[in-house]
Each structure stands twice: as C-alpha cells, then as structure tokens.
Design a binder for this molecule. Structure first.
Ligand code: NAP
Length: 482
C-alpha cells in the first residue's frame, strides 16, 4: 500500500526545556520517529534550549543517548539517527533573564514555520512568551505550544491565558492534552461523525450510561511534590477525563475544523451539572505488604490529597438527560487501563429469556495499554442443542487492514506535526480550559471546606469500596479494570 505520510513544511522548532524529562522521553523521540518516516523534512530544525551550559555537540550527545533509550528499535538505524541529529542545534537561554535571546533570534530562519514548544514549568510560560515578543523572535505566524498543567484553578488558568494573550493570539496558542493525540480518540470522532449508523443511537434513549476510566499502576513516587499539591482531580479529571467526556458527549460539529469542534466541547462542559458530594468518592492508597503508602510517597504524613477519584456526572441537555457518565481515575490500581465504555440499554422487549444474564451491547474505546474500539454484541451460539445466546466482541479498529503507517503513532508525534501544519483541532482552547476549571473548582472547594479525608484503598485493587457503591446503588457495575 502507498505510504500516506505527507511531509510537513520546513520548520524551526525551538524546544524550551530540551534537557528535561518530557523532552528526552517523548518530544525528541517523537520528532525522530516523524523524521524516520520522512514526515519531517530534511531542512527542518529542532533547536534545543535550556539554562544548562552546553554546546551543540554536547546537546547532540544527550539527544543520541535519549533516542537510543526511548525511541525504540528505529533508533538502531545509525544512518537515520545521525541524519536526524544533524538537524539539531542548541542555544542556552534563561527564560527569566536577558541571556540567549539574541543568539536564538539570529539562528532562526524567516522562511520556515516557527514554533516554540514550552516543555518547562508553567511558571515560565509568561516570561518566555514575553521575551519572545520583546526580543522580536515571535512573528505573527509563529506558534507557541504549552504543556499541562494549564493552571491549578480557574484564577491561575485565567492568569496564564492573559500572559499568553498579551503576546500571542489564540490562533497561535496550542495547549497540549496528549490524550487528544491518541489515534483511538480521533477514531471516536470518525466513528461518530463519519457513519450514519451510530448517531441515531447516541443519546439517552439508547445509551444507559457511560464509564470513563483512566487507571494507573504507578504511584506518586518520583513526582510527589507536584502531585501532592494537585491530586487526581486536578491532575487527571480537569484535563484528560474531561476531554474524553467532551468528545463522547458533544454534538456533531458543523465542520471538522478547530473552532467548530472546540465550540461543541465547550458546550458540553457548560452543560455539566454541579456534582453532589454524595456522588463523589475520593481515595488514597495505603501501605500494603511493605509497600509505601501515598503519604509515604508524598512525604506528607497527613496528606489529604486524593490519589483516586470516582464520580457520577450528569449532563444537563436534551441528548444526555437521564444518562449518567461515571468517571474514575486513580494511582496504584490493579492494571494500567484507559477506556471509554458506552453501555447501551437493553432491547425494549426480551423474547429470549436467557438474555437476562448477558451484559448487552457496549462500545469500548480503549486508549491504553492497547488502542482499539470494540463492540459487544449478542448472537446465537453456533451449533445444535437449542437456541443459546452468547456475547461476542467485534473489533472495529481494523488496524490489520491498513498499512503499517496506520499503526498508532505516539500522541506527542501526532500533535507536534499538527502544530507545524497549523491545525488546532486537537488542542484545548483557552475558554475550554477555563470552563473545565470553573466546573472543577467548586468540587475541590467543597472538599476543603468539609475537611474530610479520602477513603483508603489497597494498592493493586480497583479503588475504594464506596466507588463500587456509586454504581451499585444505581443498579449498575463498573467494568473490570484490566
Ligand atoms: P523537568 O524535567 O524539570 O525539565 C524542565 C526543563 O526546563 C529543563 O530542561 C530545565 O533545564 C528547563 N528550565 C528550568 N528553568 C529554566 C529557566 N529559568 N530557563 C530556561 N529553561 C529552564 O520537567 P519535565 O518533567 O520535562 O516537564 C516539563 C513540562 O511538561 C512541565 O510543564 C510539566 O508539567 C509538563 N509535563 C511533563 C510530563 C512528564 O512526563 N515529564 C508529562 C506531562 C506534562 P535547565 O535546568 O538546564 O534550565
């Protein structure tokens, strides 16, 4: 099959925070993969930047080491690896000082797409944006990419937006949520809006409920200082789970363009009803079999930060009234698993008595560890011996039918190429980030006012017992985390 990789325009990508963890594990390997499949043109350049004193050769050595560690087998192709490294450069810049900006300006070309990727602490976003403008480096066509977290609450998100907008227009700002770069998340939009089959069923009349799960096996160790100030609600629900909810629940946009899609997502967030405290369960993992507890990892003995949250969310609009969305996310759970499960209602009239024991139709959009979309159907079990029903799963990913370029690429790769193409569809708009905080803030404020502690749960479990009750009391049950 003919390759469908379409090269992007020549670009100069300035990677602030180029010596950091995210740049080394995700961004540089992602760029290398796009180079290896010839999507990144041979005259594109990646200019690393940080405060660390190093010359180009030292940066290239650092990049070589991280590609060999994180870019997988493609990095063993020495010729390709060295060709990619030939496109790297390094300029030392202190985000908050005056040093480095003039050499950075000198190195950039005027006839290439100019993108600034801020893989640094959000406290530096404003300073970098201002310096880029004041030193004449940002042009009206340049793009600026900012990493999560986008704020800590509504006030800080507004302040970040204000800082960025002093120097860049909304059309130039790309707020990353890497969940949106996942192939399956985009496939959800294709399934919903490129087929006539699903849309008539995609509402409260036919869908009983939706479960969105993002379960991790890792704990807070390694980033505990950040995590303890954040917790699962800020770290996961406000961004990743909210984005998944929006894409599942939104109305069909009039066009597949950035503003039409994002308008519909904002409408979903604005339709979210306030969540009663009785519809939320917070958890924190405890010590088990000699493993440290959350509080040990956080280094805060009496921490009240939640490492788990489950909640029942109602969307107050015509499409979804009466169909709850159950969200849950947590650390140190039994498996690493992210999925959206859309559970359909039973047929209105049962002619097969045996059907009562079956689970019924569900569409499961799986994000990790494996990506794919599956549909659970009920059919007749083949063979003699009576009319028996059985549930089978249809794989709707069809990866095998497509060429190897269709194998999901890492979310970061996809998103960086979208930045170069100037496509903001899969990036959060400023009002979207603020709307999400406006919904999350009162929930967190209520916890703080009540001064309650999260429920404890065992590491390796599915979360606190009360989270099971959240569905049981509605006559439903969570899917297994697996
Ligand atoms: P990190 O490992 O701490 O790296 C921070 C980078 O910023 C380093 O390259 C550092 O280099 C540079 N830096 C610090 N102060 C600077 C200054 N004043 N001027 C210029 N450069 C400066 O952080 P990270 O984990 O890569 O995270 C980067 C961003 O991505 C953060 O916003 C984080 O929240 C977000 N993020 C990270 C991950 C992840 O998996 N790591 C996941 C999602 C989002 P020097 O010290 O040499 O200056």
């Amino acid at each position: 099959m003919v390759s469908r990789v379409i090269p992007v325009d020549p670009f100069d990508l300035v990677l602030f925070g180029a010596t950091g963890d995210l740049a080394r594990r995700k961004i540089l390997p992602g760029l290398f993969h796009r180079f290896a499949v010839e999507q990144m043109p041979p005259d594109a350049r990646v200019i690393g930047s940080a405060r660390s004193e190093m010359d180009r050769a030292a940066f290239v050595n650092m990049a070589r080491a991280c590609l060999l560690e994180f870019a997988g087998p493609t990095a063993e192709d020495t010729e390709k690896l060295e060709a990619f490294l030939g496109q790297l450069d390094y300029v030392k810049v202190d985000a908050t000082g005056d040093e480095g900006w003039a050499p950075l300006k000198d190195i950039l070309r005027t006839d290439a797409v100019r993108a600034f990727y801020l893989s640094v602490s959000p406290s530096l976003f404003g300073a970098i944006a201002t310096n880029l403008t004041q030193h004449g480096i940002a042009t009206p066509e340049s793009r600026i990419v900012v990493e999560k977290p986008f704020g800590h609450d509504l006030a800080s998100a507004r302040a970040l937006n204000a800082d960025l907008r002093k120097n860049f227009t909304e059309r130039q700002i790309y707020r990353i949520d890497h969940y949106l770069g996942k192939e399956t998340v985009q496939n959800l939009m294709a399934l919903r809006f490129a087929n006539a089959l699903w849309e008539p069923l995609w509402n409260a009349t036919h869908i009983d409920h939706v479960q969105i799960t993002v379960a991790e096996t890792v704990g807070a160790e390694g980033r505990s200082e950040y995590y303890d100030r954040s917790g699962a609600m800020r770290d996961m629900v406000q961004n990743h789970l909210m984005q998944l909810l929006c894409l599942t629940a939104m109305e069909p946009p009039s066009r597949f363009n950035p503003n039409a899609v994002r308008d519909e997502k904002v409408k979903v967030i604005e339709a979210l009803e306030p969540v009663a405290q009785s519809d939320i369960v917070r958890g924190q993992y405890r010590a088990l079999h000699g493993d440290d507890s959350y509080a040990d990892h956080a280094g805060v003995p009496n921490s009240r930060t939640e490492s788990y949250v489950a909640m029942k969310v109602n969307i107050g609009n015509w499409r979804w009234a009466g169909t709850p969305f159950y969200l849950r996310t947590g650390k140190k759970l039994r498996a690493r698993s992210s999925e959206i499960a859309v559970v359909f209602r039973d047929p209105p009239h049962m002619i097969f008595p045996e059907m009562k024991g079956l689970k019924g139709n569900a569409m499961v959009i799986r994000l990790q560890p494996d990506e794919g979309i599956k549909l659970r159907n009920t059919i007749k079990e083949p063979g003699p011996g009576g009319f028996r029903l059985v549930e089978v799963t249809m794989d709707m990913t069809f990866a095998d039918a497509l060429d190897e370029d269709a194998v999901p690429q890492d979310a970061y790769e996809r998103l960086i190429m979208d930045v170069i193409r100037g496509d903001q569809t899969l990036f959060m708009r400023g009002d979207e980030a603020e709307a999400a905080w406006a919904w999350v803030d009162p929930i967190i404020a209520a916890w703080e006012d009540a001064g309650t502690r999260p429920d404890m749960y065992d590491q390796g479990s599915s979360g606190p017992e009360d989270a099971l009750m959240l569905l049981h009391r509605d006559g439903r049950r969570w899917r297994e985390i697996s």
